[in-house]
Write a protein that binds this ligand. Sequence first.
Ligand code: XBP
Ligand code: MG
Length: 259
Amino acid sequence: MSSGSLRALLFDVDGTLADTERDGHRVAFNQAFRDAGLDWDWDAALYGKLLSVTGGKERIRFYLENFNRDFVAPADLDGFIAGLHQAKTDHYTNLLSEGRIPLRPGVERLLREARKAGLRLAIATTTTPANVEALLVHTTGAESLGWFEVIAAGDIVPAKKPAPDIYLYALQQMDLESTSCLAFEDSINGIRASRGANLKTIITINDYTREDDFSDAALVLDTFGEPGAPCHVLAGDAKALNGNAYLDVAALQRVHQDA
Ligand code: XBP
Ligand code: MG
């Protein structure tokens, strides 16, 4: 099924590179609501429901339409949501600058190994570009922004995940066929997007996504794993890990080659 060798890796950000949603984005949304004098409070359980919609502005609108229908919206609803979302982005990037959200286990190791092996790297995410930059700068350092040939993020495509557009955009920018790449995702909306772009996909689950349907994934893991902090294969062929308890470039090549 794969054509030739593995050439590039395309990474989702939220939930995949870092566990950002419950203690990052959610907290920042609530801070922005309080700043605006709103009594809205998205607890961890409600936020899980709101995650069915990707994109922060889209998520606020979904909340109003489904969970807060009594709210009397201002005439300029788009402008109101955009203002709230800008405040949320400011709070979120501040949280990241305090070093509150680390990368998930094995992420930095795998990125470094992939670079050494000559694999090309890209990001394909629905989150705002400033959020991706802040996460990278405050974890792997400013220099790591340059590790990614393309950072495809936010409103750069109008249709967010589960639409495949953000992946198609990244592939087009890199002038690559989907069959020479692997995607890394953590959620049902994410894998719909990556598979919609015909990308073989490796999943790492998190608390919000462990019940999602990942039957279309090449491999489902709890984390990328580290030597000394083993990962567990939840679905797919455990032989892909070559006897290790972590994902490395050899394992990626094996997943990519498998029909
Ligand atoms: C991430 C998202 C984003 C973030 C919030 O989804 O849905 O909306 O939760 O970011 P994925 P913004 O991991 O599938 O890309 O508020 O900047 O939109
Ligand atoms: Mg995600």
